[in-house]
Design a protein around this ligand. Structure first.
Ligand code: CMP
Length: 443
């Protein structure tokens, strides 16, 4: 039975462990500390947590199981199962929240989110472009530049895109649907001419006027719901001056059309799409800002839950292992406490960029304190440090979640800001945890 005093004490431990995040927010807002220093602190905390989890949770848990009659293999499977389940649960919940905007809590999480979003958008576009007989000849590396100048345009069935004689100001690629090319008089009267060609998905048109600098040679009208990709005259001209392969392809297409209606063939579009998508590895500053603002809108609750998710497992274990102030999980507490500072500082910088006010940022992170208190109390009440199988399993589960947090947020975050130098503080943190564990067990 837990006394009220015990619960109060464990709640204070939870509060103390998580309170560092407010210091982190204050640092992020008012004290421009070197990112590298913060990264080293975060790496040290990550190392300490890994050590604490391996020794205090995994090893001690397995030892307790051994006392209960488990052999090495079954103890490993039991503790490992708990860790794996906890890690999967944390990771899934984290991805779920990140897709709802919680990604903007941390720069690296946001970067990954933004890249994935961009990748999804462009993969579709690349798929469409890759079927274009004209662009297949483009060198794969050129695709990213081209994508930024592509706009989409929708035509209802029967809608006229342009008439023969109109000035030519864009090249079109047919993404979905169908258009017909009609010979037509350039007098602006009703369309009278016959259809000389029907163009479907993947076909480019509008190149003749752009190449010649003259007016459109024919009228183009949709015959179904049609989606077009449009490249402006300026972008097209820039493209073909810098890209001889495309210039040749356009000329060939134009020439072939003058003789027959369609040209086809070329390298495998699927391979082209695959190679092209590999070149999309960075996002521009303006794209990042746009996505950050979009993701930030209404992301408040996702951020709150994301922070809480990062806090609960660690505090649950700290609460569960709490057996009076003399037996605290010092390494776990220290790891969480230290890790909270740079995490909150980095997150504050992101939230400020999105336009959150300081009071709101303090409020968002303040919920972490509440979560810490409740999780520590719940750990003490519902898990406890007894040698029961359920307690050992739930501790392992929470341990797995903390390990996933270390791998998913702490280490990438510290490498992002501190570079590969953070390897050393990580090892130092691990050795520190090892020392504490040995000192405790050797008395
Ligand atoms: P442009 O002259 O800019 O505008 C009309 C477009 O119709 C023209 O470019 C070509 O892209 C396209 N076009 C003209 N003749 C044919 C044809 N025989 N087959 C397919 N497309 C054509």
């Amino acid at each position: 039975m837990n006394s009220l005093g015990d619960l109060l004490a464990v709640s204070l431990v939870g509060l103390g462990t998580t309170s560092s995040v407010l210091a982190g927010v204050a640092l992020g807002l008012y004290v421009p500390l070197s990112k590298r220093v913060l990264a080293c602190i975060l790496a040290f905390a990550a190392g300490a947590l890994i050590g604490a989890l391996a020794i205090e949770l995994a090893f001690v848990g397995a030892q307790e199981l051994h006392h209960l009659g488990f052999n090495a293999r079954s103890a490993w499977a039991f503790v490992g199962g708990g860790f794996a389940t906890g890690a999967i649960a944390y990771y899934s919940a984290s991805l779920f929240l990140e897709n709802r905007g919680a990604a903007i809590r941390y720069p690296t999480r946001f970067r990954e989110y933004a890249l994935e979003r961009k990748q999804e958008e462009v993969t579709e576009l690349i798929g469409l472009l890759s079927h274009c007989d004209l662009l297949r000849h483009l060198p794969a590396e050129g695709i990213e530049e081209l994508l930024s100048s592509v706009r989409t345009r929708h035509l209802e069935p029967g809608e006229m895109l342009f008439r023969a004689g109109d000035p030519g100001n864009a090249l079109y690629i047919l993404a979905r649907g169908k258009v017909e090319v009609l010979v037509d008089s350039a007098d602006g009267g009703p369309v009278t001419g016959r259809s000389i060609a029907e163009l479907g998905a993947g076909h480019a048109f509008g190149e003749m006027a752009l190449l010649s600098g003259g007016p459109r040679t024919a009228t183009v009208r949709s015959v179904a719901e049609t989606d077009l990709l449009e490249i402006s005259r300026e972008d097209f001209e820039q493209r073909i001056t810098s890209d001889p392969a495309m210039a040749r392809a356009v000329e060939r297409l134009s020439h072939d059309r003058a003789i027959s209606n369609l040209s086809s063939g070329g390298s495998d579009p699927a391979t082209w799409a695959k190679v092209a998508s590999r070149s999309l590895e960075h996002i521009s500053r303006s794209e990042a800002t746009k996505m950050l603002t979009e993701a930030g809108r209404g992301a408040g609750m996702a951020i709150v839950f994301g922070n809480i998710l990062d806090t609960i497992p660690g505090c649950l274990v700290i609460g569960a292992k709490f057996n009076g102030l003399a037996s605290l999980s010092l390494t776990l507490m220290l790891g969480m406490f230290l890790g909270g500072i740079p995490e909150a500082a980095a997150s504050t910088a992101m939230l400020t960029k999105v336009g959150y006010r300081p009071m709101v940022i303090f409020g968002l992170w303040g919920t972490v304190l509440l979560a810490g208190v409740l999780a520590a109390a719940a750990g003490k009440m519902f898990i406890g440090s007894s040698e029961s199988l359920a307690a050992i399993f739930v501790q392992a589960l929470a341990g797995g979640a903390v390990l996933a947090l270390v791998a998913h947020a702490m280490i990438p975050e510290s490498i992002h800001d501190g570079g590969s130098h953070v390897v050393l503080p990580t090892v130092a943190g691990f050795l520190f945890a090892l020392y504490l564990a040995l000192a405790e067990s050797f008395g």
